[in-house]
Design a protein around this ligand. Structure first.
Ligand code: HGY
Ligand code: MN
Ligand code: MN
Length: 613
């Protein structure tokens, strides 16, 4: 059994020996280790991985192409003639590629030929996958077919990302490292993803909307898992949240300890478990399972901290079944709008009826409001849902601010008429008006550089191919890093909308369904995340959040800050391709544990309680 390599060994070894220790990490490309070794000493394996990846990122296109071309094809000639490197041979056989049926082998070789002809380099896929246990042959072939349709620039970057994932797993092997906690958290997501709403489950899609059977099955599984993790109390509340509390070492500490009873003593954390339609497995859920894993480790060690940890699995954030978004975090801050109970879903069921069917006591909703004075702050872990960390090869990112957003549902009412006989200058085409608005909103958001505008839903109700649309319903989602920038864009877009309707002589209705203020991270809490990440030896990256999160509602009453975890597949989200690795989940759990321990030592300093803001 080879002895595991250690960072001390690698940091101390002469260059040539260190190169030998890192041999095989990047296929036939020792120049990467050589370049990375100039940045020694490495504080952590994560830092070594990052440094090697950045050596590639800064090496220039020719070197990157040479690196990709140094790799064998999947189930290609090298595998058949058994001339693969030991690492590639192990990986391809573990993924079952050496057991392909003749038809699979032929199909893979056709894909290899087509891919290489289209892109000029071999298809690269980390076949051990995001969990490290190996993708199935079907997954491999499906990914191959999907990426064959891709764009050359994207595919070159995606091949490099997979090469870094291959290198990461090879480094784990060399250092004898297994991301045990990350593997468990990864598996918890798989278990929760088995529940999906009717109509989506049958298609193998993940959709969990508010208070459906699947939603309630998720709540039940989260509840039982919280109990198994050792939370002292777990309950479902009046809007369907699952709340777990892990008590502090005492609810109050003696006054001369400088920590008087009225000082806040609960850290609030969590995220949502509802999903968008055909969404990903990690959006929201990662922010529930990471703190749960931390509490499980505390409970296992019998450790109590000088504050209580309250983990909330928020029941409704996405606003899919009903228009109300951030419903359950709004309830926690005392801003649940009881008008929402009258909202109807696509089947005409009101939220009130859905809650009654789920056995929720609506009259208890006001009691859900948390007293800010009881809380130290709110922290949320979330998958990034964007490409930044993936492109910069950072596993974690500290959020500086969450963009402010406004969302509308709207309808344009024109005149339905004959598509053949109505001249173009005699139409009041509702869909054309919306199309013009869509392009105007796109242009206006692009003008700011970091604003975004999206028409996510667009429908001609009861339309026909040969009828000029008389009605067109749509949604509009507008976001920007600050409220002032957001509001300037909103007023411009709405003015454009009015002008378009006037000129086209159509009517419109517009309902604001969500408004969330931009939420800058509380400096003290952002600093806590920065310290927690830096303590892992992970390079620090600060970034804004384009996506909205429950943290922006809690922001209205208590200080908050978020931690982002890198997404795979170029960080795609609100898409079944959403993915993250158990290695990155491991780092998120370790960072969260660091934050807990750091907060505990802050609290135990005699004198003032820790800075909240
Ligand atoms: O839309 C958002 O930003 C969040 O995913 N609800
Ligand atoms: Mn989402
Ligand atoms: Mn989310």
């Amino acid at each position: 059994m080879k002895t595991a390599l250690t960072l001390d060994q690698l940091n101390a070894a002469p260059v040539n020996e260190a190169m030998h220790l890192l041999a095989g990490v990047y296929e036939h490309s020792p120049w990467i280790a050589e370049q990375a070794l100039t940045t020694r000493p490495f504080a952590s394996l994560a830092q070594l991985k990052h440094s090697m990846a950045r050596s590639v990122a800064t090496a220039g296109r020719d070197a990157q192409l040479a690196l990709i071309r140094a790799h064998p094809e999947l189930a290609g000639q090298a595998m058949v003639s058994q001339t693969l490197t030991a690492e590639s041979s192990h990986e391809q056989s573990k993924a079952g590629l050496t057991q392909c049926s003749p038809a699979e082998l032929t199909h893979l070789q056709q894909l290899n030929t087509a891919y290489r002809e289209k892109f000029g380099f071999p298809f690269i896929l980390a076949v051990r996958g995001p969990r490290g246990t190996g993708l199935s042959r079907n997954d491999i072939i499906a990914t191959f077919e999907r990426r064959l349709l891709g764009h050359p620039e994207f595919e070159l970057a995606e091949c490099l990302r997979h090469i870094h994932r291959i290198a990461e797993l090879r480094l784990n092997d060399k250092f004898g490292v297994t991301p045990t906690l990350g593997n468990e958290v990864w598996d918890w997501h798989e278990a929760l993803a088995q529940f999906s709403d009717a109509g989506y489950q049958e298609q193998g899609q993940l959709t969990v909307t508010y208070l459906t059977e699947a939603h309630r099955a998720c709540a039940a599984q989260i509840k039982s898992r919280m109990l198994a993790c050792g939370f002292d109390e777990v309950h479902s509340d009046a809007v369907g949240n699952v709340v777990g509390r892990y008590y502090s070492d005492s609810n109050t500490r003696n006054i001369d300890g400088g920590y008087s009873p009225e000082t806040p003593n609960t850290l609030l954390t969590g995220s949502h478990f509802d999903t968008v339609r055909n969404g990903g497995k990690y959006d929201g859920r990662l922010g529930i399972f990471v703190p749960m894993a931390c509490v499980r480790e505390l409970a296992r060690q019998g450790q109590r901290l000088p504050f209580q940890i309250e983990v909330v699995a928020f029941a409704e954030e996405e606003g899919q079944r009903f228009k109300a978004t951030f419903l359950s975090s709004s309830a926690l801050i005392g801003r649940f709008d009881f008008e929402w109970l009258n909202q109807q879903d696509a089947d005409g069921i009101t939220m009130r009826e859905a809650m009654q069917h789920a056995g929720l006591a609506q009259d208890e909703i006001p009691q859900l409001q948390r007293q800010p004075a009881d809380y130290l702050g709110f922290v949320e872990v979330h998958i990034e849902q964007g490409p930044v960390l993936n492109e910069l090869d950072f596993p974690l990112g500290v959020v500086t601010s969450i963009n402010g957003s406004v969302r509308y549902t709207a309808e344009v009412i024109g005149t339905a008429c004959h598509a053949g006989t109505t001249p173009m200058n005699r139409r009041n085409d509702a869909a054309a008006a919306v199309a013009e608005l869509l392009l105007a909103a796109e242009k206006r958001a692009t003008q700011d550089g970091d604003s975004v505008a999206t028409v996510g839903q667009l429908l001609v109700p009861h339309g026909s191919p040969n009828v000029v649309p008389g009605r067109c319903q749509f949604t509009l989602d507008l976001r920007a890093p600050t409220d002032a920038q957001r509001d300037a864009m909103v007023s411009d877009v709405l003015e454009s909308f009015q002008n378009i309707c006037n000129r086209r002589q159509v009517r419109s209705t517009l309902e604001e369904t969500m408004r969330a203020a931009a939420a800058p991270s509380a400096p003290a809490w952002q600093k806590r995340w920065e310290q927690a990440v830096s303590a892992l030896g992970v390079p620090l990256h600060r970034m804004p959040s384009g996506a909205g999160h429950d943290a922006m509602k809690l922001h209205e009453v208590i200080p908050q800050a978020m931690l982002f975890v890198r997404g795979q597949n170029a960080g795609i989200s609100h898409n079944p391709l959403e993915s993250t690795t158990s290695d990155d989940m491991q780092l998120a759990v370790l960072a969260f544990s660091n934050l807990l321990q750091q907060l505990a030592s802050d609290l135990q300093q005699p004198g003032l309680p820790p800075a909240r803001e």
